[in-house]
Design a protein around this ligand. Structure first.
Ligand code: AMP
Length: 147
């Protein structure tokens, strides 16, 4: 199951200082560290120190702090001397979205022209406006029905 307890969680271990990591940032709420298997050199992860698995359970102020730190780390990457001509922020929420470590985290990925990173999809067959509008209706309805 994906329901790792915080004692078994690799990012909890890093946050508590017992796990090995190359840290670039730490404050009482967050850690920023190098991904052990980087897409490109300098690929960073930002994680809350407290164990939260799902995006929906992340306190909004923690998510806001992660976004603010991502902006700062992206600027740092551009100045670092590592190859960084652009940056992708990537968040995998759930196994179907590619989440492999079930402790919330945000990827900050340095990009350059011709690098090996790819996100593939069938970008060439856009849906009709009526389909888009129907999807918008469904999502708006869900948004405003949330308590
Ligand atoms: P995902 O859950 O798919 O968003 O990605 C999890 C990421 O965590 C992957 O890119 C892994 O390479 C990375 N990762 C897994 N274990 C560690 C670790 N001990 N230290 C740093 N990065 C890790």
């Amino acid at each position: 199951m994906n329901d790792l307890s915080s004692t078994a969680c690799v990012f909890c271990a890093i946050a508590s200082g017992t796990g090995d990591a190359s840290l670039v940032y730490e404050d009482p709420l967050l850690i920023g560290f190098l991904d052990i298997n980087p897409v490109n050199e300098g690929h960073l992860l930002i994680a809350p120190k407290s164990h939260v698995q799902d995006l929906a359970d992340l306190p909004p102020e923690t998510l806001a702090a992660m976004a603010t730190l991502a902006q700062r780390l992206a600027a740092g990457l551009r100045l670092s001397g590592l190859r960084c001509e652009g940056v992708n922020l990537f968040y995998a929420d759930g196994e179907a979205a590619g989440q492999e470590v079930f402790h919330s985290h945000l990827h900050v990925i340095p990009r350059y022209d011709g690098d090996p990173f790819q996100i593939t999809a069938d970008w060439d067959s856009p849906p009709s406006r009526s389909t888009l509008d129907r999807h918008a209706d469904l999502i708006r309805e869900a948004l405003y029905s949330r308590s």
